[in-house]
Design a protein around this ligand. Structure first.
Ligand SMILES: [Zn+2]
Length: 340
């Protein structure tokens, strides 16, 4: 990231803080009119409740050239996964975003069935996952322009995914952890175009700050607001200052990777965001789950409960109020995922 970029970003901060405040006020005022798109159709803001914004119900790691619906038996997946959804619903979770992209195990029919059986609103996504050296990118995608990719993703939103009738509730892409490759630059550009056409937020599996800032620069160049971008896996950045820099642009800073043994790490990041006055840009989820078709009975499943049983009590211990907890798990998810 260049010095020029940093300075430009810094100079925009005070203006953007005012815009962010206005946007928040507007959202609170019109909350009932705002909608998210779930696998069973639109969900109004007041139906969202406590939301886990980044989880996985099934992930197939075999690669784009070999994956497909033949790889799992939906009935068996439902049998395994449904109890975990019921468990977290009993703890208060009402909405969950499934962040598994196409060619990595996204299955709209499965998600719809799990949503109907659990009563949890589930969001799925459109977009392609470029990390892990493009292993999960279908070969045709390399031949397409950003506009062609965006047309493909926009069509999923307008017509539904593969005849399932299920529409994506967000754009999910992923890029490598270093400087953006040409192809990953194309992915974020396609995501930006898709956002402009659909109003869906962009969640980009990113990790360190460098590619996050590069993606924000691409979006800024296209005239896309930073608040349409979720910096996914920001916890992989060690320098907390980067969270502040990104948050002040208006982008969402999203911390995941929460498991029973590491909750204090997330508490430290959230408390930093509070000190910086950036709780209203902060998202938190486990990135837990999932059924793996290559493992016996789907393998070991990380439950979706640690946030409710450990993280929230620890945040309150550190002085976060009920209202601030609500900002992270209810207000911000609506703000981020509501269709613009
Ligand atoms: Zn994930």
């Amino acid at each position: 990231m260049s010095k020029m970029t940093n300075r430009r970003r810094f100079m925009k901060q005070s203006a953007l803080a005012t815009v962010a405040l206005a946007a928040t006020t507007r959202a609170w005022g019109l909350e009932k009119e705002r909608q998210l798109m779930s696998v069973t159709g639109p969900v109004t803001a007041d139906q969202v409740g406590s939301m886990l914004i980044h989880e996985h119900l099934l992930v197939d790691f075999i690669g784009a050239d070999k994956t497909g619906y033949h790889r799992w038996d939906r009935a068996k997946v439902v049998e395994k996964v449904l109890p975990y959804l019921n468990e977290v619903k009993a703890l208060g979770c009402q909405t969950l975003a499934d962040c598994t992209p196409a060619f990595l195990g996204r299955d709209p029919w499965l998600l719809k069935e799990l949503s109907e059986k659990s009563g949890i609103n589930i969001l799925t996504n459109t977009g392609f996952y470029g990390a892990v050296n493009n292993k999960f990118i279908p070969s045709f995608a390399f031949e397409e322009t950003a506009k062609q990719l965006a047309n493909r993703w926009t069509k999923e939103y307008k017509k539904g995914i593969e005849g399932s009738g299920v529409k994506p509730g967000f754009i999910k892409i992923s890029v490598g952890s270093g400087p953006l490759s040409d192809f990953h630059r194309r992915l974020i550009t396609a995501a930006g175009i898709t956002h402009q056409k659909t109003g869906l937020v962009i969640a980009s599996h990113t990790g360190p700050a460098l590619p996050a800032m590069e993606q924000l620069d691409v979006l800024e160049g296209m005239g896309v607001d930073a608040n349409a971008f979720i910096w996914v896996h920001a916890q992989n950045e060690k320098d907390f200052n980067q969270f502040r820099i990104a948050g002040k642009t208006g982008a969402w800073v999203s911390f995941e990777g929460i498991r029973a043994g590491n909750v204090a790490d997330t508490v430290a990041r959230v408390m930093y965001m509070k000190e910086q006055g950036l709780l209203h840009r902060t998202l938190v989820s486990h990135d837990a789950g999932w059924y793996d078709p290559d493992k016996e009975e789907g393998g070991e499943f990380a439950p979706f409960t640690t946030i409710y049983t450990q993280l929230i009590p620890m945040l309150k211990n550190e002085g976060l109020t009920d209202k601030e907890v609500k900002v992270i798990f209810e207000t911000n998810p609506v703000e981020a995922f509501a269709i613009r």
